[in-house]
Ligand binder design. Structure first.
Ligand code: MG
Length: 265
């Protein structure tokens, strides 16, 4: 007994510390589990709808462009854009706006990009019609593969991983920071491309941080792979630079400012 009793308080302390550590780890794991796309089916209707945040009114004019940004659209022309077959971009330039011409197909940048900071200002018309995925649907595809969803999500609801500012099929936004139809929306995106090793295996997944109307909605999330409709495709090794693509989903969506900072120059 005499050589056991002195160690008992130490043992009890160790047990208490260990259980406290486990409790903390469990609560962290719970948080992570909730946000982990693998925990949910793709487009799971049971996934919680993000709480709403009013971001305040849209600025009348686009914000100033940083001096090292590449301007992809500023109202003047579509020189930086092409159809996917390389022919001139078939969308509409009108009233200093870039407008989706439904049914003409996606457009993409002539130049390829990897890691970027990206600003996109977009809106849906005030008289927008339709519901769910058929209401102001477009999309910003980093590298043509990784989509930040564009959708009218102020007056309409859809599966949370497919609403505005979702990483489609993977991550709903942390909050719904939409302005009403007819008002300008901004996306500020920091994208880090995936890295592949020499054998083509994934070395590091793509990572994304997104602000919607100045509100943090994606906080450095790791993408499970390219986006898909009712699927989560696995990564396949690809080039370090690929065009940025805007989606024609058959809906009327407009853009007034798009610029990119190339973080790998
Ligand atoms: Mg879309």
């Amino acid at each position: 007994m005499s050589d056991i009793s002195p160690s008992l308080p130490i043992l009890l302390t160790a047990v208490l510390l260990a259980s406290a550590f486990v409790a903390v780890a469990a609560s962290d794991a719970q948080d992570r589990t909730d946000r982990n796309p693998i925990y949910w089916e793709v487009h799971d209707e049971d996934r919680p709808q993000p709480p709403r945040v009013n971001p305040g009114p849209a600025p009348a004019e686009p914000s100033p462009v940083p001096s090292d940004a590449i301007v992809l659209f500023d109202g003047s022309d579509l020189a930086e854009w092409a159809a996917q077959d390389g022919s001139p971009a078939p969308w509409i330039l009108e009233d200093d706006l870039l407008k989706v011409d439904p049914g003409t197909g996606d457009i993409q940048t002539r130049e390829g990009f990897g890691d970027v900071q990206l600003r996109v200002e977009w809106r849906v018309p005030e008289d927008i019609e339709g519901e769910g995925q058929g209401r102001g649907n477009s999309g910003v595809f980093l590298m043509g593969l990784y989509e930040v969803q564009v959708l009218e999500s102020h007056d309409s609801q859809t599966y949370p991983d497919g609403q505005a500012a979702a990483i489609y099929g993977q991550y709903p936004p942390l909050v719904n920071a939409m302005r009403p139809p007819g008002e300008w929306q901004t996306y500020d995106i920091h994208f880090q491309r995936p890295r592949f090793d020499e054998s083509g295996e994934l070395a590091r997944p793509a990572k994304m941080t997104v602000f919607h109307n100045g509100v943090l909605v994606q906080d450095g999330v790791e993408l499970t792979g390219p986006v898909g409709h009712y699927q989560r495709p696995r990564y396949e090794a690809h080039e370090a630079r690929l065009p940025l693509r805007l989606q024609d989903h058959g809906d009327h969506v407009q853009f007034r400012q798009i610029w990119v900072r190339d973080l790998e120059q």
